[in-house]
Design a protein around this ligand. Structure first.
Ligand code: HEM
Length: 258
């Protein structure tokens, strides 16, 4: 605890905290993409994965709490460092030209980070909490059950979610800004952690951009495949029809039992 307070107490410490929390969050973003890419396998694959997560709550909750703590720490230290920078230069440069070596991504880190945070809140309401008011879809997500097992159908839910064009567009903007944020953030993080030197810096800067592009292509592929190629739509129609039949059969059973 003392060590953590000491880290908070210095600018260098705050930089370490921001870089360390960012590093773990990047690992989560990579892992989450690998999990999501199962969307391009038969529906059973991602449904099995979703069911595994939901039936291991003793694993899921600690991970959720750690992620929440890391996001809070990352945002908090970002604001502290931003406020320090402002205090160090209360009068802005007279020239409107950006500082030498800065890029548009580096100058917009605070804004892109805040929009990504808003996107994550929307994303949790959409797919984790399945709040009907935000999904814009005619299909209530909590009613989508996998025909074979009766478990929640994550695959059908993703197809239904991305069939709404403005939701798919919002995802594209959200992941686009996340990757824009990472295109600068990964390099800055390595610098804060002391892992950059004059020989490797150009390579690290390029590698950060390549990773960001890969992440964008991977994440964007999901909404684009549904919206433009109709990926999974036939399966969604089957699941909706199957679920409707099951509801009708249950209602008939109740009526007969009266
Ligand atoms: C196309 C992009 C994405 C898709 C299709 C997607 C899909 C999903 C789905 C289906 C869930 C719910 C899993 C379940 O409860 O069964 C989920 C949860 C989550 N996603 Fe994403 N995701 C995307 C992008 C992102 C990004 C960019 C982030 C973070 C930067 C993110 C962070 C999370 C988090 C924190 C959870 C909550 C996990 C939990 O505790 O239940 N997602 N995502």
């Amino acid at each position: 605890m003392k060590a953590l307070l000491r880290l908070f107490g210095s600018t260098l410490g705050r930089k370490y905290l921001m870089a360390g929390s960012g590093a773990v969050l990047v690992l989560f973003v990579i892992g989450h993409l690998v999990g999501n890419l199962q969307f391009f396998l038969p529906p059973e694959a991602i449904n099995r994965y979703g069911h595994f997560l939901q039936s291991n709550l003793e694993l899921l909750w600690p991970v959720r709490l750690i992620l929440l703590g890391l996001v809070t720490l990352h945002i908090f230290t970002a604001f502290q460092l931003w406020a320090e920078n402002r205090a160090a230069r209360p009068v802005a440069y007279a020239s409107p030209a950006p500082a030498y070596g800065s890029t548009l991504a580096s100058r917009t880190m605070l804004v892109s980070g805040l929009v990504v945070a808003a996107f994550i809140v929307f994303h949790l309401l959409h797919y984790t909490l399945k709040v009907e008011a935000v999904n814009g879809s005619a299909v209530p997500f909590h009613q989508l059950k996998e025909p074979g097992t009766g478990h929640p159908d994550v695959y059908a839910m993703m197809v239904a979610g991305f069939s709404v064009w403005y939701v798919a567009l919002f995802y594209l903007i959200g992941v686009g800004l996340l990757c824009w944020h990472l295109s600068h953030g990964i390099g800055a993080m390595l610098q804060s952690l002391g892992l950059r030197n004059p020989t490797y810096t150009p390579l690290v800067t390029k590698a950060a951009k390549v990773i960001a592009v890969f992440l964008f292509v991977g994440y964007a592929g999901l909404p684009v495949s549904v919206l433009l190629l109709g990926h999974g739509k036939a399966y969604l129609a089957e699941v909706v029809a199957h679920n409707a039949k099951a509801v009708a059969a249950a209602t008939d059973g109740k009526e007969a039992g009266k």
